[in-house]
Design a protein around this ligand. Sequence first.
Ligand SMILES: Cc1cc2nc3c(=O)[nH]c(=O)nc-3n(C[C@H](O)[C@H](O)[C@H](O)COP(=O)(O)OP(=O)(O)OC[C@H]3O[C@@H](n4cnc5c(N)ncnc54)[C@H](O)[C@@H]3O)c2cc1C
Length: 260
Amino acid sequence: MKYVPDATADRQFESDNTVDRVGVDGLLSELDEYAVEQALQLREKREGEEIEITALTVGPEKAVDAIRKALQMGADKGVHVVDDAIAGSDSVATSLVLAKAIEKISAEKKVDLVMSGMASTDASMSVVPAMLAERLDLPQVTFASVVESQGEVFRVRRDGDSATEIIEGRLPMVLSVTDQTGEARYPSFKGIMAAKKKPLETWSLSDIGVEADQVGLSASWTAVEGTEARPPRTQGEIVTDEDGSGAKALVDFLASKKFI
Ligand SMILES: Cc1cc2nc3c(=O)[nH]c(=O)nc-3n(C[C@H](O)[C@H](O)[C@H](O)COP(=O)(O)OP(=O)(O)OC[C@H]3O[C@@H](n4cnc5c(N)ncnc54)[C@H](O)[C@@H]3O)c2cc1C
């Protein structure tokens, strides 16, 4: 799950066109809250099984806040990968770090299900889950709007623009979920207090066996070349219908914009 700049805050870019992720307030990407919620619901439905939920994030120091939120919601432990060399990484590099971290988590306790949001609310690439599946050599189902599980089998509904698909997959797998899966819970006071005692590990690149030159802006396949603020809205044109010509003026305006 990803820590993203708060969309309501004043967001800035650095001089190299990278997003300023340090000087701005951030939060757990809203779409990732649905993934946390689904993981918690899954565990609740499969009572009696030993299911551990690890919240993993890759991001700067403050990204730990995203993990804290997931722990407050009910996740069991947190892993934060933080290293100066990661700054500026694109999706390809980010997915490498995430995959290596998941492999390390799995070495201690096998990871059966990697769950993520459908997209981050900042970059919205929607590609990290697919890249993770490729790197981890796992099957993937993305954009799930309903998730049901029975044993190793997962039945997932995917709603497209013109059709709905029902897909079945087997664990281990990568699954990304949409905001249709159900409202994410708010952390309770009990959850907030309990989260303070939950294990939270901080790993650097060397902990997960990634070299600094495999990540960061220089190792990324894509980089932002330039950014421009959207021009402020200009005042709209007001048509005053004084002599009955208002309707025609409106039609002419819409036609000039090719709306009709
Ligand atoms: C430390 C850091 C510095 C960055 N610096 C820059 C920068 O300078 N310029 C720039 O353009 N981009 C930067 N990025 C953004 C980076 O390019 C994106 O994280 C990457 O492209 C993934 O794309 P996305 O966020 O659109 O993910 P999507 O593909 O939209 O994400 C889908 C899902 O994957 C998971 N996911 C994605 N990223 C992470 C993550 N980091 N940790 C945990 N889960 C994740 C989430 O569940 C998310 O909902 C940085 C990212 C990090 C972590």
